[in-house]
Each structure stands twice: as C-alpha cells, then as structure tokens.
Design a protein around this ligand. Sequence first.
Ligand SMILES: [Zn+2]
Length: 262
Amino acid sequence: MIARWWEALRRRRDLRSIERRAISDTLWQQALDGLPFLARRPAEDLERLRRLASLFLDRKEFSGAGGFVVDDAIAVSVALQASLPVLELGIDQYDGFVGIVMHADAVVAEREVVDEDGIVHRYDEVLAGEAMEGGPVMLSWADVRGGAPGESQPPTAYNVVIHEFAHVLDMRDGQPDGVPLLAGSREREGWLAVLMPAYDRFCERTVCGYDSVLDEYAAEGPDEFFAVASEAFFVTPQALKEEQPALYRLLASYYRQDPAAL
Ligand SMILES: [Zn+2]
C-alpha cells in the first residue's frame, strides 16, 4: 500500500518537473539534428527521451567555467545524450551528483605520479570530460559538439557525454573499474567473465595495429573500456555487435536496450 502511494507521489512530482522544464519543439529538433545516430529510434523512444531530458534538466545544475555561457540549446543537447544510457534504467541512476560544469574547450589538467623510487613526475593531461564519484561531471562543449554533422567526423563512435555518464554508472558501486552496480558478487563475476576477455582481445588488436570500432583510449583500463564501449554501443551498435558480439550482449542486458536491432 505504502509502495503504491509512494509511486503515485513520485509520478506526480516527475510530471511537475517535466511541465516545469518542458523542451520546446525547436530546441528538441535542433538537439536531435545534431545526433544523427538517434534517427533510427522509434518515435516512442524519442518521446520518452524527451521526458527524461526534462527530468534531467530539472534535477541537475549546469554551470559554465571561465565565462562560458551554457544556453538552453547546450543544456538540452547534453540532457538528451545523458538520458540515452538510462532510458530503461531511470534517471535515478544519476542521483549521486548534481553539478555539470561546462568548459568552452578541452581542459588541461596537471597530473602527478610518484614512481617506485619516490620520484614525482608531472605531466599535463588534456581532458574532453571528467566524471568523479559524487562530484560534478565536467564536459568540454567543443568535444560534445565534435560528433555533430558538418563537423569533421571522428572515425570512431566518439561521444563524450555518453562516455562520462557511463563512468557515472560505473562508479555507482563506489569503484571506477568497468563494473556498474549489479545485484551481487555472482553478477559481478559474470560481468568480468565477459568484459575482461573482450578487453584483452581489444588490447591485442590495438597492439597488432588492427582497426577497431573502439577508440584506442579504451586500452587504458577496464573502466575506460566500459565507457568507450558504451559510446560505440549507442552510436555505432551494428559495428560493435560485429566486432565484439559477447560484449554487445553484455551491454544490451545491462542497458536493457538493443540498438543494433533498430
Ligand atoms: Zn574516461
């Protein structure tokens, strides 16, 4: 009884959010036009994505860094792309953070590593985006726009929004390790039994110089492999299914979507 009451309350709250943050037809169409891989989606999916994007806009806070102005078109585009991985999982998956910090361009972060001899090495890392556990998600608008038509298209399934939000999902169990929050240790073992051989196969292909649908950055570790594979899963699903069928099935069962079948 309480569960039903709670569910009704929740639905009412969500409806209010969707009304409050309704996305105009013009802005919505503009956002869709920038993401040609969504053209295959049925109208029903797009309508649900539009509602999820409104919920996302209502729950998250965008801020621009260094004077960058986040206008409605930018916020709607990010909200739409971030909603895609949670289309069947629900927007609550993103409850662990509120802020999204947008930069005009990629950010150079100063990094430090200490080697075995205790010597500190400093280097610069160029970031198109970054997700931290419980912290804000950082995105570079230049990189978010990178996949838009008319721009020079990157050869792989580059999508920095899906990438960073896959990291958010990965970190829901507290660990950025390529394993999202699953029911228990058996499910975790089952996940690793598919993910790790797929990761090893990808690394071998990369070393041997074979082309892959996955960006070579995926070789950095299982966490990046999951994030990069998630990009390909949504942007170039057929190609991922052909190259890594078991990995495709793993992601399809987790995201509860089968974009290659559309
Ligand atoms: Zn990453």
